[in-house]
Design a protein around this ligand. Structure first.
Ligand SMILES: *[C@@H]1O[C@H](CO)[C@@H](O)[C@H](O)[C@H]1NC(C)=O
Ligand SMILES: *[C@@H]1O[C@H](CO)[C@@H](O)[C@H](O)[C@H]1NC(C)=O
Ligand SMILES: *[C@@H]1O[C@H](CO)[C@@H](O)[C@H](O)[C@H]1NC(C)=O
Ligand SMILES: *[C@@H]1O[C@H](CO)[C@@H](O)[C@H](O)[C@H]1NC(C)=O
Length: 281
């Protein structure tokens, strides 16, 4: 395993992936890194190891990129959600629970988070998340962060809902927006694995709070490099299979040379193509 140096920044610099990539392996690695950079891991989740890509599409916006800054108006109505398995060995059958919670600004770690959306019994058909036989515990309620409270992280998560799932006491249909303890809800209900997730940020007005310095923000890059290998700054052309590419605050590691795909070698580390989040379409 090779530890790669990383670029640190004081601002929420975007995680980067090659624009040309349409590789779910790369996208899985990217969304994992996003969750770490934005401190959703560990603020909200102790870990995040998705087996599918969650694509969230707001009318008038299109598919959001992880962490995309959106206005309250843009996210006022429920998005459509698609779920793409990481590979053909990932089955997406059965029931799923979709949740959206407000994880507040970076550095906020509260057991209680605001529940904006909670639906049990969603199903997936041709990658589309369907709610035709679902139960909305909390119907979609768009983000409404307090004026000046900073850029809140709205995290959308999809869990496998096993047949043993039981809605905990109090979680009946249409309970509306309120705070809850996500971890307790998951354990009390016997929820299954976290399958996929993404997030966006929404801010109102000018921030009057100091958001904690994001020392864990990394601009490590994952790029499909046809010829460019990250060999500067000690980052040799390390690459890893998706399973072994764990990008976390401070290091990116992978087994050298383990990953190649049809497009080219995946290079993790400094020296890859760096583009802005907005450009990661
Ligand atoms: C990405 O790949 C999938 C599966 O091969 C394909 O259905 C989809 O159209 C591709 N998307 C783009 C943007 O190329
Ligand atoms: C398929 O994806 C899952 C989740 O990312 C991963 O754990 C597994 O190793 C992958 N399997 C193959 C055969 O690539
Ligand atoms: C299903 O989605 C539609 C469109 O967003 C929404 O109007 C409806 O309330 C949803 N039903 C459930 C059970 O979530
Ligand atoms: C999915 O949920 C429905 C009720 O909404 C239930 O009848 C069905 O057995 C569940 N399927 C699985 C695989 O848990």
């Amino acid at each position: 395993m090779i530890s790669l140096p990383v670029l640190l920044s004081l601002s929420l610099l975007p995680f980067v992936a090659s624009q040309s990539s349409n590789d779910t392996t790369l996208q899985i690695a990217a969304i994992k890194a996003h969750f770490t950079q934005s401190e959703i891991v560990p603020d909200l989740l102790s870990s995040f190891d998705p087996s599918a890509i969650l694509t969230v599409n707001f009318e008038g916006v299109g598919n959001i990129t992880p962490g995309q800054a959106l206005s309250q108006d843009q996210v006022g109505t429920a998005p459509t959600v698609t779920v793409t398995a990481a590979n053909s060995s990932v089955g997406l059958s059965g029931n799923f629970t979709l949740a959206m919670v407000d994880a507040d600004v970076v550095g906020t770690k509260n057991a209680q988070v605001t529940r904006h959306w909670l639906v049990n019994g969603d199903t997936i058909s041709n990658d589309a998340l369907s709610n035709s036989s679902a139960t909305a515990i909390t119907s979609y309620a768009g983000p409404a962060p307090a004026e000046g409270s900073g850029a809140h992280r709205y995290v959308i998560l999809l869990y496998q809902q096993p047949s043993t799932f039981t809605s905990p006491a109090g979680y009946t249909e249409n309970i509306g927006v309120s705070t809850f303890d996500l971890a307790s809800y998951l354990s009390d209900s016997g929820m299954g694995s976290l399958i996929a997730g993404t997030y966006m940020t929404v801010e109102q007005g000018t921030s009057t709070v100091s958001v904690s310095a994001t020392s864990s923000v990394i601009t490590s890059t994952l790029s499909v490099a046809s010829s460019t290998h990250a060999s500067s700054s000690g980052a040799s052309s390390a690459s890893g299979s998706a399973a072994s590419t764990s990008t976390s605050a401070g290091s990116t590691s992978g087994s050298n040379g383990a990953l190649s795909n049809g497009v080219g070698m995946v290079v993790a580390g400094i020296g890859g193509l760096v583009v802005g989040l907005q450009a990661f379409a």
